[in-house]
Design a protein around this ligand. Structure first.
Ligand SMILES: Nc1ncnc2c1ncn2[C@@H]1O[C@H](COP(=O)(O)OP(=O)(O)OP(=O)(O)O)[C@@H](O)[C@H]1O
Length: 928
């Protein structure tokens, strides 16, 4: 074997900012080295540190009733052996969990949550926030008593009467309701889908219930949960949620909850949807009703209009045209909402927080009014005076029309290990901050003593090999900025593995990034076989909320991919994806992926000085993303973009340019009026970002909806061509095989259509098999593998396509109208929506200049080598996005004619000026 590369030089210093328990390096290393492999399997070394909760005041606990047994009625489908096994696992895990800091502080914690409308919880990574707090609220006797015994009036939700009654200022009607039978209904949001699934699994195991019964999850295109017979968000009485086995602890992405706010009767997790498979499936049903799966922020493709969240995912609030019914608008389904990992501050986090604050105020007011009426007008708003609800029962309405939801104040818990707690507290009217001290196992942090240079792949490789050759057993988690670096490191690790001397354990290198199939993503949780060391190489997808068992070492490149508005040297800005240093909060989260099931060590591939120079927090996405989509949605929700309660106000220039964009798209009128035009309303019918909606609407006129629907579906799903070192050659072949002269959008469409044909063929050849059955799935995945294509992306595009077709149909348009051979019509449509991303070829025949935003010649914009148009000297192009590496590179490029841009309205400075003036108060702003 070739000499192992020299290790990156690390200092022994610990992280002064961190609350982590840090052992002196030598002691820790010696201790780690002493541990044999057998020990590691059985004995999780390291002692938990004692926990404390420091809270402003302590209150007397309410009388606690007998502990409620968590029944798992829905487990009845299990054999006695399975039930017994489940019980044993649950007991073991619960026993382990007792040592977690959060559980050591449980009584005070629950009491504070019950005593306050909102609390902010700060506790170390791995201390048990995500897994324990939902369980505590669900089953802690004080919580059960609180939610069961406080009889409260219900809110009559008879078919939109609520919204009407509100608008007509009629008070909601009271109904007779027996005391709530409990248990409470809790939603826990995560910024990313993977932690939702893994946390729901873990919590179900700990509670000894089957995943999908009391505990479930809902992420984009996948859910495992039981919904009430009449669905969520309207219709029948909310108490249906108390049906046996109905999911009450629901992990979901922020995007899913935002969509629920807009009320899609189908919701993201329609009961009609197939319950989640363990494998990729072709069977995932198209959600019924509106296309609730678009723009979820839980992993949709990035779009220039949507802004990208962590891991490059799109994260605009979901769009919907439907007027939310009262149950959805006020999220009446939930008693408690927990916003986990709030430090991430995605666009979704911020819009969710602002909306939840509004909902809390409305629910508080309604509850107060109902209680008052329930007491025959007695003006008593004191909670504790509610007694058992006897007063409420003296008030009756017509039970025959009863379709009410229990109306309660909404409790909110905002949590993180690395949050700016004061800011969140003051946003929620000085909500108490609960600090829970202590962590599960110690983590030693080392910084590089000297900058290891720009090649982070080499630096990470050296560190991984050093760990593997010198240090005791334990898996490794490496954080790299993007897929390219991950593939490169995985390939290098695989090559090194082949050259390891005899007697050295094998390396199992596993990539983890968004574009991988769910199955591959979940494989990283598999148990590592004996005599092997797993090295997971991940983007920031694994940075928060995840426990990958047996991770002892973390290697942190200190970089992440971020979509940012980049100022240009000659003025103006461009929105580009960049590899940038992560914040200190993100670095802490990364280190916190170790020390969860054993003591851990984190190696930062950057110096301590570098660390200290970094910003404390990742800048909120709202301050760097394109807000056009979000602003349009806010206006549609009846909220005023300039008056929305933002945790951090977006930048003025960002608001101005987003509003200008909406004018140019004809979604709002040119000038300073922020009403929504008929085109804007039409756009809102399609839950995609306004730029793409504009492309779609243009296709109705130009007769190419069939092509445009396919292009949009694929663009939302992601890049179907898998590019890595090992597959690059095949990826090139695939592009050549499906190439279209007009560029990448049409080439992608060809790929999607070929995928659909293969699927169709496989179904024909296996008439007995259902779409998701093995022979069909095998045929399609084999074809994808052969062409280096992502099954997940193409299958998602297929589902999105169906949804989009249904939506187009519902507007009276024909989704199948095709331009046939005349692809220029499709290009014209693209230019109508992507006009901001139009660029002209420069005299050098290589670089481009954006038509609207001049980049300096020095900056230069080039077509990315992965484009089918690279080197083709196309005079004018449009592209989906720019990535900034050594150059500005345009991705997903198509050829257009510049003349097509001439009719984009409001491109003149006057309209920009008028928007600006409206901010300066020099013009009237007409708010709807
Ligand atoms: N899938 C799992 N396998 C093994 N142990 C787990 C798993 N999930 C959780 N744990 C254990 O439970 C502990 C608490 O996990 P939890 O996710 O609740 O912590 P947290 O405070 O939310 O962390 P973070 O802030 O990093 O999300 C972990 O430190 C680990 O010991």
């Amino acid at each position: 074997m070739a000499r192992p590369p020299t290790s990156v030089d690390f200092s022994d210093e610990s992280d002064p900012d961190s609350n982590e328990q840090v052992f002196p390096d030598k002691t820790e290393m010696a201790r780690l080295k002493r541990r044999s492999r057998a020990d590691q399997d059985q004995d999780q070394d390291g002692q938990p540190v004692s926990s404390t909760i420091s809270v402003p005041t302590m209150t007397t606990a309410r009388p606690v009733p007998k502990k409620r047994k968590i029944t798992s009625g829905a487990n009845t489908g299990l054999t006695p052996e399975e039930r017994e096994k489940m019980k044993r696992t649950s007991e073991r895990l619960k026993n382990d969990a007792q040592r977690l800091p959060v559980n050591e502080a449980k009584d005070a914690l629950v009491q504070h949550i019950l005593d306050n409308e909102t609390v902010v919880v700060m506790a170390e990574t791995g201390s048990g926030k995500s897994t324990q707090i939902p369980q505590l609220l669900y089953s802690h006797p004080a919580s059960v008593a609180y939610f069961r015994e406080r009889g409260q009036p219900t809110f009559n939700n008879t078919a939109s009467s609520a919204s009407k009654s509100q608008s007509q200022s009629q008070p909601p009607r009271l109904t007779l309701r027996p005391p709530s039978p409990g248990p409470i209904s809790i939603a826990i949001t995560q910024p990313r889908r993977l932690p939702c699934v893994s946390l729901a699994n873990r919590v179900a195991e700990e509670m000894g219930v089957r995943l999908g019964d009391e505990v479930g999850y809902a992420v984009r295109f996948e859910s495992k949960e039981r919904v009430p017979a009449h669905g969520y968000g309207g219709g029948k009485e909310g108490g249906k949620g108390k049906e046996r086995g109905v999911t009450k602890v629901r992990f979901c992405t922020e995007g899913v909850l935002l969509r629920e706010l807009s009320n899609h009767a189908s919701s993201s997790s329609s009961s009609k949807r197939k319950r989640g498979d363990d494998e990729d499936s072709l069977e995932t049903a198209t959600p019924s009703g509106t296309a609730s799966s678009f723009g979820s922020g839980s992993g949709s493709g990035s779009g220039s209009g949507a802004g990208a969240g962590a891991d490059g995912k799109s994260s605009s609030p979901s769009a919907s045209t439907s007027t939310p019914d009262e149950a959805s608008r006020l999220l009446l389904r939930y008693d408690v909402i927990i916003i986990d990992e709030a430090h991430e501050r995605t666009l979704n986090t911020d819009f969710l927080l602002g909306s939840l604050k509004r909902i809390q105020a409305e629910r508080r007011e309604l509850t107060r009014r109902l209680r008052r009426r329930g007491r025959g007008g007695k003006q008593d708003e004191d909670r504790d005076g509610q007694g058992s609800g006897d007063e409420v029962q003296t008030v009756t309405t017509n039970p025959a029309t009863y379709r009410g939801f229990e109306m309660r104040e909404l409790k909110l818990v905002v949590m993180s290990a690395t949050i700016d707690a004061e800011k969140f507290s003051s946003f929620f009217n000085s909500a108490p901050i609960l600090y829970i001290k202590g962590r599960t196992y110690p983590v030693v942090i080392h910084h590089a003593q000297a900058d290891p240079g720009p090649d982070k792949v080499q630096a990470a490789l050296r560190q991984c090999l050093k760990i593997h050759l010198d240090l005791p057993p334990g898996d490794v988690l490496v954080f790299m900025p993007g897929q390219e670096e991950i593939d490169s490191l995985v390939k290098s690790l695989e090559q090194c593995n082949k050259q390891l001397p005899p007697g050295i354990d094998e390396i199992l290198a596993a990539p983890l990034y968004r574009n991988l199939s769910d199955v591959k993503q979940r494989q990283v949780f598999n148990t590592t076989p004996n005599h092997k060391r797993k090295i997971v190489v991940s983007t920031n997808i694994a940075e928060t909320g995840l426990t990958i068992p047996k991770i002892v070492y973390v290697v942190d490149s200190g970089l992440q991919k971020e979509k940012n508005v980049v100022p240009l040297s000659k003025g103006g800005t461009v929105s580009a994806l960049q590899s940038l240093p992560c914040s200190r909060a993100a670095a802490k989260q990364r280190a916190g992926r170790a020390g969860r099931t054993a003591a851990g060590v984190c190696y930062r591939l950057y110096t301590k000085l570098d660390y200290e120079m970094r910003p404390q927090e990742t800048s909120p996405e709202i301050q760097r993303a394109d807000l056009a989509s979000a602003l349009l949605q806010l206006m549609a929700w009846g909220q005023k973009p300039l008056e929305f309660d933002y945790l951090d106000q977006p930048e003025r220039f960002s608001l101005i340019s987003s509003l200008r964009q909406l004018m140019q798209l004809e979604a709002i009128p040119v000038g300073a009026s922020f009403t929504i035009t008929p085109v804007g309303r039409q756009m809102l019918h399609f839950p995609i970002n306004p730029l793409l909606a504009k492309v779609l609407i243009a296709s109705f006129k130009l007769g190419c909806t069939s092509e445009v629907v396919d292009i949009i579906a694929l663009r939302e799903a992601g890049n179907p061509i898998l590019e890595s070192y090992s597959t690059r050659e095949q990826a090139d072949k695939t592009r050549r095989a499906f190439v279209h002269r007009d560029g990448d959008h049409m080439t992608g469409m060809n790929v999607l259509r070929a995928f659909l044909e293969v699927l169709e063929q496989a179904r024909k050849e296996n008439p007995q098999a259902a779409a998701g059955d093995k022979p069909v799935r095998k045929a399609v995945t084999d074809w994808c593998n052969e062409h280096s294509l992502s099954f997940r992306v193409l299958n998602e595009a297929r589902l999105l396509r169906t949804q989009l077709q249904q939506l187009v149909k519902s507007t009276g348009q024909d989704p199948k109208v095709s331009a046939g051979e005349d692809s220029s019509r499709v290009m014209q449509c693209l230019s109508k929506g992507l006009y901001m991303n139009a660029a002209r070829l420069q005299p050098d025949g290589l670089s481009y200049q954006p038509v609207l935003n001049r980049i300096s010649d020095k900056d230069g914009l080039k077509i990315h080598p992965s484009s089918v148009l690279v080197g083709k000297k196309v005079p004018t192009i449009v592209y989906d996005e720019i990535a900034l590496t050594t150059n500005y590179y345009a991705h997903n490029v198509s050829a257009i004619e510049e003349a097509w841009l001439s009719d984009i309205p409001g491109l003149s400075d006057t309209s920009i000026q008028s928007v600006k003036q409206s901010f300066e108060g020099k013009a009237d702003v007409v708010m709807e």
